[in-house]
Design a protein around this ligand. Structure first.
Ligand code: FES
Length: 157
């Protein structure tokens, strides 16, 4: 990645870190999920309101580093208004991308591309994964009729 691109990506990440999206608590939620990054103990709480198969709103409270907060903010911005199927597909693509697998992001989600930079710092991959893994686990629990999910990024070493 060239230096100007690096700078651009850093700006995007810092913008999400400084003004995280999805910080408004929701009065009613359909599912919630708690995530934890075992390498540092940082935690993330996520709540989602669904309506007619769409992610109507999402709240994320991340007590973590800049990367985990920025990544959570990008998740909130990206999945809000998307169908459940589309939100799941995007989360899977981001997860694959962060793990260095061949994954192609949809063209209109260029901000998420900035997360690719963390692959150069393997210890930060779990930070970036935290929100996405928590979202996917919460959704899966919801679809299987389970209660609140608790996940860690342990399996994503
Ligand atoms: Fe804890 Fe990044 S250092 S989530």
């Amino acid at each position: 990645m060239s230096a100007p691109l690096d700078d651009m990506y850093r700006d995007i990440i810092m913008d999400h870190f400084r003004s995280p999206r999805g910080r408004k608590q929701l009065p009613v939620v359909d599912f919630s999920s708690n995530g934890r990054n075992p390498s540092c103990g940082d935690e993330l709480k996520l709540q989602v309101k669904l309506e007619d198969g769409i992610v109507k709103d999402i709240y994320i409270d991340c007590q973590g580093c800049a990367i985990s907060i920025a990544s959570g903010s990008m998740l909130a911005e990206t999945v809000k208004g998307k169908s459940i199927a589309e939100a799941k597909r995007i989360a899977e693509v981001v997860k694959q991308m962060l793990k260095g697998e061949n994954a192609e992001l949809p063209n209109d989600l260029e901000d998420l591309d900035s997360l690719q930079g963390v692959r150069k710092f393997p210890v930060r991959i779990k930070c970036a994964l935290l929100a996405w893994v928590t979202f996917m686990e919460g959704l899966e629990d919801y679809e299987h009729g389970h209660g609140e999910g608790n996940v860690t990024t342990e399996e994503d070493k």
